[in-house]
Design a protein around this ligand. Structure first.
Ligand code: PSU
Ligand code: MN
Length: 307
């Protein structure tokens, strides 16, 4: 019997090649979107539906988070319920990851923390809604507030399937930062980068891919070159679901002008703005957010299988 050190499938898959292929075709999913991005019960419905969609497309869903100081890279229904319902689940990025684990607390991981933990667990693909980026003031000018998603994408060689940066951000500055950090921005069947629930921006992607095999070839090339950064696959929301970018940016600039915006702590800015968009634009914003998360999970599963 060979040794199965670190292989959690050992008792069920005595063939190591089979065990490895199953570990490889996994898709990491984040928990911040559940705890801080969507309201109950839409968050729980989404948690279950994205896991099902990943499975239906041949890969294993691996929802990542921290429960009572322990890192989970796989969640059962009760775990998902905790992330969706429990009070006091901290939003965890890289800066607070060691403290939350050390102090036995529970935390929902952002894209930054999820890709770091996924990479350490050998998971190579992640699906999310929209990545964080460079925030803006009420005047639309970029701020120093920049998501750790960007810097972590620069040093985690994984593949992240998303709908582009969130539309609440300064998109021009975010696009520039992705370029500086060397993150390859792939457009899934598009030449321009989408922005979350807004299907399209005027900013170009680095490379357009029309097929899964083209994406897989770029991932393999990154690995062969031993480059440290993520491949960011950006998937536009179909027009029927997409929101006009001017509408979203108007809500954002109004929300940033309110007195309450001045008192937000750093991690609260993104949840506050997403909530404001939902309050102002209503059901179509929630529907768009869910649609893009489901669409990204499916594509991520297909990429994971191809790899
Ligand atoms: N996608 C969504 N909703 C979300 C997020 C992504 O549809 O709430 C989360 C992700 O976890 C992302 C985070 O990493 O928002 C960015 O937060 P910040 O700007 O504070 O880094
Ligand atoms: Mn921030």
């Amino acid at each position: 019997m060979p040794a199965f050190v670190g292989c959690e499938f050992a008792p069920f898959f005595p063939d190591i090649a089979q065990a490895r292929s199953i570990i490889m075709s996994s898709v990491a999913l984040e928990t911040t979107v559940l705890s801080h991005g969507l309201p109950w019960p839409a968050n729980m419905e989404l948690a279950l539906s994205v896991e099902t969609l990943v499975r239906e497309n041949g890969a294993e869903p691996r929802t990542v988070g921290i429960l009572d100081g322990k890192i989970a890279t796989r969640c059962d229904r009760a775990d998902l319920e905790r992330f969706c319902q429990e009070d006091g689940i901290e939003k965890v990025s890289l800066r607070n990851l060691p403290a939350v684990v050390a102090q036995g607390r529970s935390g929902a991981t952002t894209v930054a923390a999820t890709i770091r933990l996924a990479h350490q667990a050998g998971i190579r693909v992640m699906a999310t809604g929209g990545i964080g980026g460079v925030h803006q003031g009420a005047d639309g000018q970029p701020l120093w507030d920049e998501s750790a998603d960007l810097t972590e994408l620069a040093r985690c060689p994984v593949t992240v399937v998303c709908a582009g940066p969130k539309a609440i951000l300064n998109l021009e500055a975010t696009r520039e930062r992705l370029e500086t950090l060397g993150v390859t921005v792939v457009g899934w069947q598009t030449d321009t980068m989408p922005a979350f629930y807004c299907g399209e921006t005027s900013f170009p992607v680095d490379v357009r891919c029309n097929s899964i095999e083209e994406v897989a070839a770029i991932v393999r090339s990154r690995d062969a070159l031993r480059l440290p950064q993520a491949i960011l696959v950006t998937v536009p929301l179909p027009e029927a679901h997409a929101l006009p970018i001017e509408e979203v940016q108007r809500v954002v600039s109004e929300a940033l002008g309110l007195p309450i915006a001045q008192s937000l702590r750093p991690a609260e800015v993104t949840p506050y703005l997403l909530d404001q968009v939902r309050q102002q634009l209503g059901d179509k914003a929630l529907a768009a957010n869910i649609a893009l998360l489901e669409q990204n999970a499916q594509l991520a599963a297909r990429i994971a299988v191809a790899l």
